[in-house]
Structure formats: structure tokens, C-alpha cells
Write a protein that binds this ligand. Structure first.
Ligand SMILES: NC(=O)c1ccc[n+]([C@@H]2O[C@H](COP(=O)([O-])OP(=O)(O)OC[C@H]3O[C@@H](n4cnc5c(N)ncnc54)[C@H](O)[C@@H]3O)[C@@H](O)[C@H]2O)c1
Ligand SMILES: O=C(O)C(=O)C[C@@H](O)[C@H](O)[C@H](O)COP(=O)(O)O
Ligand SMILES: [Zn+2]
Length: 375
């Protein structure tokens, strides 16, 4: 059985996110329905070795001309160098404007392949086939594509919506548990943004609760993917280009992206772990500023920590400096006219955008949290 969630709004062509089991094997018929001249797979080396042949065989069985280019697994592949390598391969393969890119992998592959598709001959179609939980619940939906630079996260990119998203729950069976938890962080984030009951269900360890999802239980994962995609689809449909409400999806990311950049986008912290920590920081900062009850910040932290995710700076083996983090946060894409923008909380399930954040207060907060710097 599959669940289909429509994504649509002003200014972009609507598409469907299909969630179910065995979808990798059906990729061929799903992609063939879009009638491309070719369907070229972009993947990473790890995913290609596990799932590449299944998807390639499915595309060929549907009569599609295909091929595959791979990049090394990991965040470092969201780079100018790998973008150039992928684009060069698409050119060398003779793809045309009606060719289609199949992004097979996690958020790294989705963001990189999506940007390559946005740039190739000024934009060709792509289909997201997300194989991490994070990519199924978040990065494959909504059309944000990007690479990183040493100056910051996702600073070079484009909005380019996929034509379809195929989220195969069975693909998650091979995912290392750290990556399951990492994706779970973005699931928890969706609850924190606008669905307190969902957030509580995610932490519920009873047989009808969702907590088993953080340990890889496929039924709980499927429900979590469906609800997450519904939440994200609704917000993206209202505000594709992040002129307003979409910024809420960035809860935890101003802190989180700063931490990732300070760690050179290395293995010390995955994106999801950074988001988990960033969400608890956003809630604690909100409580510190009197915007949200301390009990709500504790509720958010308890739910995140119960899933085995980091919630405090000392959980990360790195000496962060408050000023360095502030400088990173000031370079965030949401910052306007030199003012920090943060997504802050009134309660679990109720967050808002503050475009005029007091940098001195954030600096003092970071030092309270354990970052280095004179008070
Ligand atoms: N565009 C967006 O809206 C958006 C949203 C959230 C995150 N992101 C981006 O997504 C990236 C993180 O994505 P991610 O967490 O998926 O990381 P990732 O793509 O690096 O995947 C994590 C690891 O899991 C491996 N892997 C993937 N699928 C597997 C499978 N089925 N079995 C075994 N191993 C598998 C990968 O090879 C990799 O080593 C970050 O760059 C983040 O900025 C983008
Ligand atoms: O889709 C969005 O909008 C998000 O903010 C989702 C985030 O989880 C994701 O990490 C996104 O890539 C961050 O966007 P950015 O604009 O802060 O780079
Ligand atoms: Zn994210």
C-alpha cells in the first residue's frame, strides 16, 4: 500500500510524494510516466553499491536509457568540485533538455543532484528517490537545492522542485542507526513547529506510540514519514521561496548550521544532530528571553534526548567560541540588514520568526550554554 501526498502552491508545478514499500523496484514505471529522453542516476558510492542496481534495472525494464554518476558519500560532496564533476558527466553523456536526473541517496545527493538539474541547460527535470530517513521526511520535498562552501552551509543553491518523490520505507532497512536518529531529528522538528500531539506521539514508548521509529521500526517510520511530509508539503505550498512561513522549517538551523560550519561539515555532527541540538538551543533561548515557559523547553529537550540525540554543546567533542558562532549566525540566509533572525518558540508546536534578535543576548546565552568567551 502506498500513500500519496500532493505538494503544490502558487508559482510551481504540483507534484506527488509517494510513500510506501518496494518503490525502488517501481522507479522505472514512475519515471517513465514523465516521458524523459533519458533518466540518469546521481548517487553516492555507498548508496549506489546497495541500491543502485535495483533502480538502474527498474529504469531499464521500463525502456529508459540510463546511466549513473556517483560522488563520495558524505557532506563534503556538497561542493563546487563535485557539482562540476556531476555537471561535466551529464554533458559528456549527451543529456538533453528533456533528460531527467534521478537523485538516489540521502540529503547530500538530493541537494547536489537537484542543484545540478537546476543548472544543466538552465534547468531539467529531476526525481527524488530518498534513501535516508532525513531525505524522506525533509530534503526531498520542497525544492531547496544547494552546496556548502567553507564560508557556510547551503549558501550556493537554487529553488528547483522535483517532478516526483519516491520514498521507499524498505530502503531504510540498510541505514545505520546514527543516520536513522539523524533523520528523526527533522521529524521531531516538524512536531515542535506545529504539531504538539505528533511530537508527543514520537516519544511515546507504548505499543501504539512512535518511539520505536528512532530505533528503526518500519511501521513507526512510515507513519512518521507520512506526517512529516504532510507538514512540510503544507508549509512549502503556502510559501515556496521562504518569504514568510517557510522560515519556520528552519527551526534549530541558525544554531545548527553554525555548529556544522565550525566543525568544517565533518563527521563530529551530522546535520540532523546539529538540528536536534539547535532546536533545544532555540527553545532554551526562548525560555531565557521569557517567550516560552521553561517547562516547554524541558519538554522539547526531553523528547529529543530520549531519541538519543545531542541536546547540549558539551555533548559535542569541540570547544566552540561564542563569537565564532555569532559570526556564522550573522551569515545565515535569514539574516537581514545585519540583524540576526531566529525561529523562536512559545511552546511545543508553536514557533515564530524573530527578525530582530539581540546579538548580545544570544552571545551571553551561548556562553551560558558552554561556548568559550568572556561574559
Ligand atoms: N534541501 C532541503 O530541504 C534539506 C533538508 C534537510 C537537510 N538537507 C541536507 O541534507 C543533508 C543531510 O542528508 P542526510 O542526513 O541524508 O545525509 P547523507 O546524504 O550524507 O546520508 C547519510 C549517510 O547515509 C548513507 N546512506 C544513504 N542511504 C542509505 C541507505 N539506504 N542505506 C545505507 N546507507 C545509506 C550515505 O551514503 C551517507 O553516508 C545535509 O547536507 C543537509 O543540509 C537539505
Ligand atoms: O525546507 C526548508 O525550508 C528547510 O529549512 C528544511 C531544513 O531542514 C533544511 O536543512 C534546509 O536545507 C535548510 O535550508 P537553509 O535555507 O537554511 O539552507
Ligand atoms: Zn535541516
Amino acid at each position: 500500500m502506498t500513500t500519496t501526498i500532493p505538494v503544490g502552491g502558487a508559482g510551481f508545478r504540483p507534484y506527488e510524494v509517494v510513500v510506501g514499500r518496494g518503490l525502488l523496484k517501481q522507479a522505472g514505471e514512475q519515471v517513465a510516466a514523465l516521458k524523459p529522453t533519458r533518466a540518469f542516476i546521481v548517487s553516492d558510492e555507498t548508496v549506489a553499491a546497495i541500491h543502485g542496481e535495483t533502480v538502474r534495472a527498474s529504469l531499464e525494464a521500463a525502456g529508459l536509457s540510463t546511466g549513473m554518476v556517483t560522488v563520495p558519500a558524505g557532506e563534503a560532496s556538497k561542493s563546487f568540485a563535485q557539482l562540476e564533476a556531476v555537471l561535466d558527466r551529464l554533458l559528456a553523456e549527451g543529456l538533453d533538455r528533456r533528460s531527467l536526473v534521478v537523485a538516489l541517496g540521502g540529503g547530500v545527493v538530493g541537494d547536489l543532484a537537484g542543484l545540478a538539474a537546476a543548472l544543466f541547460m538552465r534547468g531539467i527535470d529531476f526525481v527524488q528517490v530518498p534513501t535516508t530517513l532525513l531525505a524522506q521526511v525533509d530534503s526531498s520535498v520542497g525544492g531547496k537545492t544547494a552546496i556548502d562552501t567553507p564560508r557556510g552551509k547551503n549558501l550556493i543553491g537554487a529553488f528547483h522542485q522535483p517532478r516526483r518523490v519516491l520514498a521507499d520505507i524498505e530502503a531504510l532497512a540498510t541505514l545505520p542507526i546514527r543516520q536513522v536518529r539523524s533523520g528523526w531529528a527533522e521529524v521531531l522538528k516538524h512536531g515542535l513547529i506545529c504539531d504538539a500531539a505528533f511530537f508527543d506521539w514520537l516519544g511515546d514508548t507504548s505499543p501504539s506510540g512512535g518511539a520505536a521509529g528512532a530505533k528503526g521500526d518500519p511501521d513507526a517510520l512510515e507513519r512518521a514519514v507520512i506526517r512529516s511530509v504532510q507538514i512540510k508539503a503544507q508549509i512549502v505550498g503556502e510559501d515556496e521561496k521562504e518569504a514568510g512561513r517557510r522560515a519556520l522549517l528552519n527551526l534549530g538551523h541558525t544554531f545548527g548550521h553554525a555548529l556544522e560550519a565550525e566543525l568544517d561539515f565533518g563527521e563530529a555532527l551530522t546535520h540532523g544532530e546539529a538540528v536536534a541540538l539547535g532546536c533545544t538551543m532555540a527553545f532554551r533561548y526562548s525560555a531565557r528571553q521569557g517567550l516560552c515557559p521553561a517547562s516547554e523547553a524541558e519538554r522539547a529537550e526531553a523528547g529529543i534526548r530520549a531519541a538519543g540525540l545531542p541536546t547540549r554543546l558539551p555533548d559535542v567533542d569541540h570547544a566552540f567560541a561564542a563569537d565564532a558562532l555569532i559570526a556564522r549566525m550573522a551569515g545565515d540566509k535569514k539574516a537581514e540588514g545585519g540583524c540576526l533572525t531566529l525561529i523562536l518558540a512559545r511552546a511545543v508546536g508553536d514557533v515564530f520568526t524573530d527578525k530582530d534578535v539581540d546579538a548580545a543576548a544570544v552571545r551571553a546565552f551561548l556562553i551560558e550554554e558552554g561556548a568559550a568567551g568572556p561574559v
